[in-house]
Design a protein around this ligand. Structure first.
Ligand code: DON
Length: 304
């Protein structure tokens, strides 16, 4: 029997000497303002208990971790059409790379790189009329926190500097792979990335996948098959061009974001979230990766 509270404390003990390592993302200027000397870790078990340590209650920028939940929402609309618009292979290149997209005729490699996530948001916008509202509603319900919101300063900062995302979206539009006007889809994408959430809240939301698609209120959002598919994509594509290294080192399906958060899912057991703003060269948090590596060693819950 694993004592999750003790495991969380040991994770903090291991990570503490490393807090502040890595570089905060500066290509989105608002993220560059975040104090790097923070670290939070939280584990939510499938029976609903949450164990957290450090800055577990401090809200950080969700960034690319939002992509897991927008994909879940699209699949919940029984929208298999999405798989004609985005592939399911690891990219092996940076999350905002342009050259692969041109070479592959505007069909992104997977739903977690920026181009793929923009397509998913575009599809959710077409399906619901309000992609951001659908995502925010889902996260509010799953975290139990009705005040979860978009940080408007970060969203504005993303939009002002989002030239590369605009280039990706326009390239896809040129190949006929956008349903909505580029600026409209990007507005939802920038704001979904700018939702702020704490490690404890995000761990609760991650239970959706640990419970194979069941929501906090017991209703079903996803079929077990779609939940499993999302988790498999987290393993193969979640940490971008470091997905192989993460699978080797941590052995858990993960999704990272440039806000410094990483969500890991252990099906049937828990969702774990580690957060530290300092990133490595792939855009993954240094301390969050160390935390999950330690958590995996303590619990033996690697899926391999
Ligand atoms: O679009 C972007 O570049 C950011 N809003 C999200 C990128 C991200 O989080 C990549 N994660 N490691």
């Amino acid at each position: 029997m694993v004592d999750l509270h003790e495991a969380a404390r040991k994770v903090l003990r291991t990570v503490r000497p490393h807090i502040g390592e890595g570089k905060v993302a500066t290509y989105i200027p608002a993220l560059g303002e975040v104090d790097p000397k923070q670290f939070g870790f939280a584990v939510a078990s499938v029976d609903g208990d949450v164990y957290g340590v450090g800055d577990q209650d401090v809200r950080f920028s969700l960034q690319s971790i939002s992509k897991v939940f927008t994909l879940a929402l699209v699949l919940s609309h029984d929208d298999e059409a999405i798989w004609k618009r985005v592939h399911r292979e690891p990219s092996g290149s940076a999350f905002n790379s342009l050259f692969q997209l041109e070479f592959e005729k505007g069909i992104p490699r997977n739903p977690f790189i920026n181009a793929g996530a923009i397509v998913v948001t575009d599809q959710l916008l077409a399906d619901t009329g309000d992609a951001l509202g659908s995502l925010r509603g889902l996260l509010r319900a799953e975290t139990g926190n009705p005040d979860l919101h978009v940080d408007s300063v970060t969203a504005a900062s993303e939009s002002e500097t989002g030239h590369r995302n605009r280039a990706l979206a326009h390239l896809m539009a040129d190949f006929g792979n956008m349903l909505n006007p580029v600026e409209h889809a990007l507005d939802h994408y920038f704001r979904q990335c700018s939702i702020t959430i704490s490690a404890q809240e995000l761990a609760r939301a991650g239970l959706l996948l640990a419970r194979h698609g069941l929501r906090a209120d017991g209703s079903r959002l996803l079929t077990p098959k779609d939940a499993r598919r999302i988790v498999s994509l987290m393993l193969t594509c979640g940490p971008y061009d470091a997905a192989g290294e993460f699978a080797y080192r941590i052995g858990l399906p993960c999704k990272s974001g440039v806000g410094g958060g990483i969500l890991a899912v252990v099906p049937d057991r828990c969702a774990a979230v580690a957060w530290g703003p300092g990133l490595d060269e792939h855009g993954n948090s240094v301390t969050a990766a160390l935390a999950l590596d330690t958590f995996d060693s303590l619990t033996g819950w690697s899926i391999f």
